[in-house]
Design a protein around this ligand. Structure first.
Ligand SMILES: Nc1ncnc2c1ncn2[C@@H]1O[C@H](COP(=O)(O)OP(=O)(O)OP(=O)(O)O)[C@@H](O)[C@H]1O
Ligand SMILES: [Mg+2]
Length: 311
């Protein structure tokens, strides 16, 4: 597998403000990387550097092995960058807009008509080919932005919050489009404020805050990291108090709390096997009804991570 994006101690300052601090990121071919962080974290700064539009103050950024700065020209044909704004294109219809950019990429003649047709189909905009660009809804404009960067068939897509400002349906459509691109083998970097939005799309995520990477890994890892020990929900048909006493007496149990007719059992460390809880309850002849590990919600995991509230 080859590394498509790599940053080495990437640092960016705007005057005294340190927007990125020693950032070390690695994205492999075919990965869909979710770049998550609150406002001002440094997401756009990173993406603009990778898109060769900004120079690092310190450190290095590489795309497909080429270094931003002295090899920027080699990088540009390989990337498709969708910024977090859509420029104004008055009096241009969708088809012209795409043909204009295709020409800029050096795609001409019959090939141009074919490529424009293909990206219009892929982004579900074929029925809008004669509509004025400025008359499109925000969701359609976002899809058109993606269509534009697909014209030259880039290997890497750098998408800065492509789903911001979209209604729930348009968000789902955008996600489906990105999944399709992932299936086509594109390597994707996509930024967002919220983790749950990216969970089923991304293979790996990075959590950035104030220019520092708090976490880099898979969704499963992020959940494991954010979990403070294992919590198991236990329900008995009767004798809840007695069950709580039995569980509290076990080695490996840190605490037991009653919650909504269930017992929340906190285990010491990140225990994997909690059959001993069931055994103890059955030995005490308590009617066990349910026993399962608490699912950590992605929102909770994200909040814990960004509060620095991790082990
Ligand atoms: N051109 C600039 N001049 C000075 N400071 C800047 C400039 N661009 C960005 N910054 C600062 O750098 C920091 C990171 O900004 P950046 O736009 O990269 O964050 P972001 O994660 O994309 O935020 P958002 O979620 O709001 O888009 C912020 O503190 C911002 O104010
Ligand atoms: Mg931004």
């Amino acid at each position: 597998m080859s590394t498509i994006v790599q940053t080495i101690n990437l640092t960016k300052r705007y005057g005294k403000l340190v927007a990125l601090s020693n950032l070390n990121l690695k994205i492999e071919q075919g990965e869909c990387f979710g770049y998550i962080g609150p406002n001002g974290a440094g997401k756009t700064t990173t993406i603009r550097i990778l898109a060769t539009l900004l120079q690092p103050t310190w450190g290095e950024a590489k795309v497909c092995g080429h270094t931003v700065g002295y090899e920027s020209r080699k990088i540009r044909p390989l990337i498709g960058y969708v910024p977090d704004y859509f420029g104004a294109y008055e009096d241009m219809v969708v088809q012209e807009y795409l043909e204009f950019f295709a020409s800029a990429y050096g795609i001409v003649g019959k090939q141009r008509a074919r490529v424009v047709g293909d990206v219009l189909e892929l982004t579900d905009l074929a029925y809008k080919r004669d509509a004025l660009v400025n008359s499109l809804s925000r969701g359609m404009q976002q899809r058109l932005s993606v269509a534009r960067v697909l014209l030259h068939d880039p290997k890497v897509l750098l998408l800065d919050e492509p789903a911001s400002g979209l209604d729930p349906r348009a968000r789902i459509e955008m996600r489906e489009l990105l999944k399709e691109l992932r299936r086509m083998g594109k390597t994707i970097l996509i930024s967002s404020h919220i983790l749950p939005e990216l969970a089923d799309l991304c293979t790996t995520v990075g959590v950035l805050e104030r220019g520092e990477l708090l976490f880099h890994g898979t969704i499963d890892e992020i959940i494991r990291r954010a979990k403070l020990g294992t919590r198991v929900e236990v329900q008995v048909t009767t004798g809840q108090e007695q069950a709580a006493t039995v569980l509290r007496g076990l080695t490996g149990v840190k605490g037991v709390e009653a919650n909504n007719g269930r017992l929340m059992v906190e285990l010491a460390d990140d225990a994997r096997d909690f059959s001993f809880l069931a055994r103890a309850l059955l030995d005490a002849k308590l009617p066990l009804r349910e026993l399962r590990e608490e699912q950590v919600n992605l929102e909770t995991a994200f909040m814990r991570l960004t509060k620095g509230n991790v082990q």
